[in-house]
Design a protein around this ligand. Structure first.
Ligand SMILES: *Cc1c(COP(=O)(O)O)cnc(C)c1O
Length: 222
C-alpha cells in the first residue's frame, strides 16, 4: 500500500470540502482560493504542505513571516498573504514580503501603504478589513466607516480587491458572512476573504473567494 502523507490527505480533504460547498451553491471551485494559515507553525510543518502542492499561505505577523518564508520560497512560485493586524511602521516590510494584505482598516495605514508602494515596484492586492460584529477588541473598520475608508484607499491608489472579516467567536457566522458579501456587492468588490477552519464551507456557500484555514490543515497551533 502506498504511504499517504498526512499533509497531502488533509489538504485533499479540505479541497474536496471546498469543492462540494462550491458545487452546492452553483459556484466554480476554482473561484475559491485556499490560503493555508501557517502562523506559529515551524518550517518543518509547512514544507510537507508545499510538497503536497499547496501554493498560497498566510501569516499574521510580519516579523515571523520574515524569519520563515525567504528560505521556504527559494525556487518556488508561492504566494504569501498577510491576515493579521499591521502597524503602519511595518508597511514597507509587509509590501516587500507579501503578495496580498487582508488587514487594511484605517487612514494612517492606507497612507503608509500608499507611500511604501509608490517608492518601490510592488503593489500587493489589498482587502479592507471590516469589524463585521462591531467588537471592541477586533481589527477592521466599522461598517459605517467603510465607504470613507474605501474612498480614501482608492484615492491613494491602493489596489483594493475585496473585503475581509472575522466574525465573532461562538455565534453562528452565516449572517456575518452574508452581511460582508452584501457590503462587497454594494461597493462592487469581487474579493471576499472569509471563512476559517470551523466555518469555511458556510463561507464558500455565501460567496467567499478566499478562505483562511489554519488548524484544519496543520493541527493545533504551537
Ligand atoms: C489564525 C487565523 C485564521 C485561521 O484560523 P483557523 O481557525 O486556525 O483556521 C484565519 N484568519 C485569521 C485572520 C487568523 O488570524
Amino acid at each position: 500500500m502506498p504511504i499517504i502523507d498526512p499533509s497531502a490527505a488533509l489538504l485533499a480533504d479540505i479541497r474536496s470540502r471546498i469543492a462540494r460547498a462550491a458545487h452546492l451553491s452553483d459556484r466554480d471551485p476554482s473561484d475559491v482560493t485556499l490560503i493555508a494559515i501557517s502562523k506559529t507553525q515551524p518550517i518543518e510543518t509547512i514544507r510537507p504542505l508545499i510538497d503536497a502542492g499547496q501554493t498560497v499561505f498566510g501569516e499574521n505577523r510580519v516579523q515571523e513571516a520574515q524569519t520563515k518564508w525567504p528560505d521556504l520560497r527559494v525556487g518556488r512560485a508561492l504566494r504569501l498573504h498577510l491576515v493579521g493586524q499591521l502597524q503602519s511602521n511595518k508597511a514597507a516590510e509587509a509590501i516587500a514580503l507579501f503578495d496580498a494584505i487582508h488587514s487594511v482598516d484605517r487612514p494612517s495605514l492606507i497612507d503608509a501603504l500608499a507611500r511604501a508602494m509608490d517608492k518601490g515596484d510592488r503593489r500587493p492586492d489589498c482587502f479592507i478589513q471590516v469589524n463585521i460584529g462591531d467588537e471592541d477588541q477586533k481589527g477592521g473598520c466599522a461598517i459605517d466607516a467603510l465607504p470613507a475608508i474605501l474612498a480614501r484607499a482608492r484615492d491613494a491608489g491602493l489596489p483594493i480587491v475585496g473585503l475581509m472579516a472575522v466574525p465573532p467567536l461562538d455565534v453562528e457566522p452565516a449572517p456575518y458572512f452574508a452581511l460582508l458579501a452584501k457590503l462587497a456587492r454594494r461597493h462592487e468588490l469581487a474579493g471576499l476573504s472569509m471563512g476559517m477552519s470551523g466555518d469555511f464551507e458556510t463561507a464558500v456557500m455565501l460567496g467567499a473567494t478566499h478562505v483562511r484555514v489554519g488548524t484544519a490543515l496543520f493541527g493545533a497551533r504551537r
